[in-house]
Design a protein around this ligand. Structure first.
Ligand code: PLP
Length: 454
């Protein structure tokens, strides 16, 4: 029996990030200025981002060197293992070979450190003293808190209120690493106060928390803003995941037929699939691999949203991105996968879905937690509710392979562990987990508020 885990030697860790923009069949859509709706110029972003990251955002170079200091910091937990899910395969009785890439072993518990570390590094290089950010489930806030701590910067995290109460220990972790954590919407910003004036009981959303963090950064000279997903440079930083997977699968003579990941803003999924998709675009791939993004039925941007220009936040302060969106005013139900409660999606992932290179599916909470429980029992690892969406997609691909009696190779992105999500698991075990149906009328209302851009 081959190894359960394939470990990459430390010296095989990637030394450059892969930029899919070099190989996409069509150039990416430009961002537009939120006020003028004209293509964005870099000077608009300099008040909140360092120039090095703005350059990465628009670069079309295929490979971008990872600074030595960042490689050194990433070595704290990278390369991450690639597991073969033997017990899960047996439980499902499938002829498929199931693999998962385990990003949950990072100190902060998820893939988010892969971009938090370089973002903190580049901001420090630019002389920035503090970063402001949003967080949903708290995974991103934890990752940026630790990275800021490592580089001697302060960090302010606007945490979506529903998660602030659902996941109090995430807040403690961020505070332990030295951050200020504020429940969003808060009364500290104009954006937060505007939401509270309209709805004092607002559960918050990533779109609102982003508005608060951007406003904080834009109104303080020594402070920049940092985003944990959606942007091109964030997805590029995450390509260490897929690049390692290619090497690890090579070591055991495998190549995936199906790659599955969960999609919030698209960063772990993009990081996992872009290196494989790049091989496909360059006609170097060993197989005609299928790429499947999985999202919650309660926040289904890829499967029920429209491919339109929209703002990334509620206060309409971010650039307009052409993406699958539910509308910047869309308020998702308080599902436990807080990191997937975002109205939009990465522009790169959106374009690749629109052009037919990536497929998307959506599941309600209960089937996702059924998959998580099955995985936890078989593999021992308790997955984050977000990552459990990918597991559901991977299990369904394995069951399809069983029905068709095909020996498919399935690769799942396990983006994080769920040790701090016991409240969610407790509800699931007690049968109290609610599935939220998203009524079309509610969706239409949010979509009607989208900006009209020719
Ligand atoms: C464990 C985990 N997976 C996935 C996500 C979704 O983000 P993204 O789509 O950017 O990977 C999050 C976001 O918080 C997360 O915490």
């Amino acid at each position: 029996m081959p190894n359960r885990r394939t470990m990459l030697p430390g010296d095989k860790m990637p030394t450059a990030w892969y930029n899919i923009m070099a190989d996409m069949p069509n150039p990416p859509q430009p961002y537009l200025h939120p006020g003028t709706q004209e293509p964005l110029t870099p000077d608009v972003l300099t008040p909140i981002f360092p120039m090095s990251l703005i350059e990465q955002e628009v670069s079309t170079e295929r490979w971008i060197d990872i600074p030595g200091e960042v490689i050194d910091a990433l070595r704290q937990y990278r390369p991450t293992p690639l597991h073969r899910a033997y017990r899960l395969e047996k439980m499902l009785g499938t002829p498929a070979r199931i693999y998962y890439k385990h990003e949950g072993i990072s100190p902060t518990g998820s893939h988010k450190s892969n971009t938090a570390i370089p973002q903190a590094y580049y901001n420090k290089q630019a002389g920035i003293k503090r970063l402001a950010t949003e967080t949903g489930a708290g995974q991103w806030g934890c990752a940026l808190s630790l990275a800021c701590n490592w580089y001697g910067m302060d960090c302010t995290v606007y945490m979506v209120k529903v998660s602030y109460h659902q996941k109090p220990y995430r807040k403690t972790m961020m505070r332990l690493w030295g951050s200020d954590v504020i429940a969003s919407p808060s009364n500290l910003t104009n954006a937060g106060r505007a939401v509270l004036a309209e709805n004092p009981d607002s559960l918050g959303s990533l779109g609102i928390a982003i508005s608060e963090a951007v406003e904080d950064a834009a109104t303080h000279n020594d402070t920049n803003y940092s985003l944990g997903s959606v942007l091109n440079h964030v997805l590029m930083h995450q390509t260490v995941i897929g690049l390692e997977c290619i090497e690890q699968m090579d070591m055991i003579g495998e190549y995936p037929d199906v790659v599955v990941g969960c999609c919030g803003g698209g960063s772990n999924f993009g990081g996992l699939i872009f290196p494989f998709l790049g091989q496909k675009f360059r006609k170097e791939a060993r197989k005609d691999t299928q790429f499947i993004g999985v999202e919650p039925a309660a926040c289904p941007s890829l499967t029920r949203g429209e491919y339109r220009f929209d703002y990334g936040d509620v206060a309409k302060t971010t650039p307009l991105v052409k993406m699958y969106t539910l509308g910047h005013n869309f308020m998702p139900a308080g599902i436990h996968a807080g990191g997937l409660r975002y109205h939009g999606m990465s522009g790169l992932i959106s374009q690749l879905v629109n052009e037919g290179h990536i497929e998307a599916v959506a599941y309600p909470q209960n089937p996702v937690f059924d998959a998580a429980a099955m995985f936890a029992r078989a593999e021992g690892i308790i997955p984050a509710p977000e990552s459990s969406h990918a597991i559901r997609g991977g299990i369904d691909a394995a069951l399809k392979a069983k029905a068709e009696n095909k020996e498919k190779v399935i690769l799942i992105g396990l983006s994080g562990h769920g040790f701090l999500d016991m409240g969610a698991y407790e509800s699931y075990i007690d049968g109290n987990l609610q599935d939220f149906e998203l009524p079309q009328a509610e969706l239409d209302k949010a979509l009607n508020e989208l900006p009209i851009i020719p």
